[in-house]
Design a protein around this ligand. Structure first.
Ligand SMILES: C[S@@+](CC[C@H](N)C(=O)[O-])C[C@H]1O[C@@H](n2cnc3c(N)ncnc32)[C@H](O)[C@@H]1O
Length: 231
C-alpha cells in the first residue's frame, strides 16, 4: 500500500461506521423473502461509494488523482533498514549518543531500537505499524503522540517523519501545518544539547527555524540532518 496514505483514530471509527451500514443493509436484505440481483448490485455500489468518500475524506483528492495517472502510486512501499545501515547513514556513534533516545517511525521490526537497547542505551520507539510491542515501543501515529518538552537526548527518524513532512509540504492538499506543528513540538521535546536526526529534505522548515529562533543549530550532510537545541 502507498505509505503516504494515513488513517487517524477518527478515520478508523468512520470506517467502522461504513461497515456497520453495510452489515445493516445485508441483514435487512437477508430478512426479505426474495432478493433481486439488482438489489445486491445496488448494495455493493453504495458500499463502494461509501468507501470512496471515506478515502477522499480521510486522505484528500490529490493522492487519488495521481493514482488515476499511474496505478503504481498505490504501491509506494516503505522498506526497513538494518541498524548498522541507519547508524552509518545518519552518522550516529554509540559512544556519543545522548539519552534517552526516541526513534520516530522505528519500523515494524524496530531494528534500531533493539540494537541500541542491546548496547545499554535507554531507547523508546514508536510506529503506526510496529509489531512485537514491548516495553517502550508504542504503536501510535506520530502526529497523535505527545512529545513532552525537555525529555529526549536524541530523537531519530530514519526515512520516516521528514519524508512524510516533505510529501505533505509538496502535496497541494497536504497536512503540512500539522507536520510543522509536530516538528516544532519534537524540537521542544529535546533537552538542551539534544539533537533531532533525520533524513534530509526539510530545508524549507530549517530556514524558518534558523531565521526565527536562536535556540537551534542545523547541520545538513548528504544523508542526514541534525538539529540541535542549544538553549
Ligand atoms: C521507510 S520506513 C522506515 C522504518 C525505520 N525507520 C527504518 O529505517 O528501518 C517508514 C516507517 O514510518 C512509519 N510511519 C509512516 N507514517 C507514520 C505515522 N503517521 N505515524 C507513525 N509511523 C508512521 C511506517 O509504518 C514505517 O514503519
Amino acid at each position: 500500500m502507498n505509505q503516504y496514505l494515513n488513517f487517524s483514530q477518527k478515520d478508523y471509527l468512520q470506517l467502522q461506521k461504513v461497515y456497520e451500514a453495510l452489515l445493516q443493509q445485508v441483514y435487512e436484505i437477508c430478512n426479505q423473502k426474495e432478493v433481486s440481483e439488482e438489489e445486491i448490485d445496488q448494495l455493493f455500489r453504495s458500499h463502494y461509494k461509501n468507501l470512496q468518500s471515506f478515502l477522499l475524506d480521510s486522505n484528500g483528492k490529490e493522492i487519488f488523482k495521481k493514482y488515476r495517472e499511474s496505478p503504481d502510486v498505490l504501491e509506494i512501499k516503505c522498506a526497513e533498514y538494518t541498524s548498522e545501515f541507519q547508524m552509518r547513514l545518519l552518522g550516529i556513534y554509540l559512544s556519543k549518543v545522548k539519552q534517552p533516545v526516541l526513534d520516530i517511525g522505528c519500523g515494524q521490526q524496530a531494528n534500531l531500537v533493539h540494537f541500541l537497547r542491546k548496547n545499554d542505551i535507554v531507547v523508546y520507539g514508536l510506529d503506526r505499524n510496529v509489531q512485537n510491542l514491548n516495553n517502550k515501543i508504542y504503536q501510535v501515529d506520530w502526529l497523535e503522540y505527545t512529545y513532552v518538552p525537555d525529555t529526549w537526548g536524541t530523537v531519530i527518524s530514519h526515512m520516516a517523519f521528514s519524508n512524510h513532512f516533505m510529501h505533505h509540504h509538496l502535496r497541494p492538499d497536504g497536512d503540512y501545518e500539522k507536520y510543522a506543528t509536530k516538528y516544532m513540538e519534537i524540537l521542544k521535546s529535546l533537552k538542551i544539547g539534544g539533537s533531532f536526526i533525520y533524513a534530509p529534505g526539510l530545508s524549507f522548515m530549517e530556514e524558518i527555524l534558523i531565521s526565527t529562533f536562536d535556540s537551534y543549530t542545523v547541520e545538513t550532510g548528504e544523508y542526514s540532518t541534525m538539529v540541535t537545541r542549544i538553549n
